[in-house]
Design a protein around this ligand. Sequence first.
Ligand SMILES: Nc1ncnc2c1ncn2[C@@H]1O[C@H](COP(=O)(O)OP(=O)(O)O)[C@@H](O)[C@H]1O
Ligand SMILES: [Mg+2]
Length: 261
Amino acid sequence: MATALAKADDVDAVDHAARIEHVSKSFPGPAGQQLVLDDITLDVAPGEFVTLLGASGCGKSTLLNLVAGLDQPSAGGITTHGRPALMFQEHALFPWLTAGKNIELALRLGGVPKQERRGRAEELLELVRLKGSYGKRVHELSGGMRQRVAMARALAQDSRLLLMDEPFAALDAITRDLLHDELTRIWEETGLSVLFVTHNVREAVRLAQRVVLLSSRPGRIAREWRVDIPQPRRIEDAPVAELSLEITEVLRGEIRRHGQH
Ligand SMILES: Nc1ncnc2c1ncn2[C@@H]1O[C@H](COP(=O)(O)OP(=O)(O)O)[C@@H](O)[C@H]1O
Ligand SMILES: [Mg+2]
């Protein structure tokens, strides 16, 4: 496989890519501690693609940040197989560096020797279908291309677990469809585990093997669905639409019960 990422040989040796056990999180608020996440238990298996779905403000980013190790749970524990890679809605690329150099920076931080970085950056750009964009600056790239570079940079970290926080939320529908296709292909090619956060039900069903629905205030696991629809799926496929409707009904019920929206 001509990519910088090979399928890890040891992927079957660990039984989880991420293990979230009885995790709660509170933040100090005006009326004392505010419980945002309440007793979340969730495993992501090696190579599994899980979407975490919920209304805005329900605690999705809080949970992802905990898994990333950017913050500590108030109770419970989290273990991951190695250090996860992260991708957010904002690409967070350095504007003064080219696409290629942004990726090389991640490779350098990951300890890849200098003489190998250029070649690997080119391979990663090819993997996200941006061959020939090595020398482009961030302002020369469209929104979709920037997210492709951000994806390549996340992949440059060579993690077994990719955490994605609404990475395509700011893109137009056509660009988002294309990036769903790319992400599915890359996930299949690399065998990565993905924990993908979204408030978009159809996006969750389009991508995942398993959709985990969070309730709001506090965030708890309300329900989960296994998605057995073969890939590649399209967001407008009938089975995707059908399951999305079912999940939306449950999500609406959750939102009504909490009366916040
Ligand atoms: N650092 C923080 N301090 C205080 N409150 C926070 C902090 N981070 C998140 N929250 C609160 O936690 C709740 C969930 O936020 P967030 O995880 O960003 O939701 P989501 O990503 O699902 O939209 C919100 O009410 C938010 O105000
Ligand atoms: Mg969020």
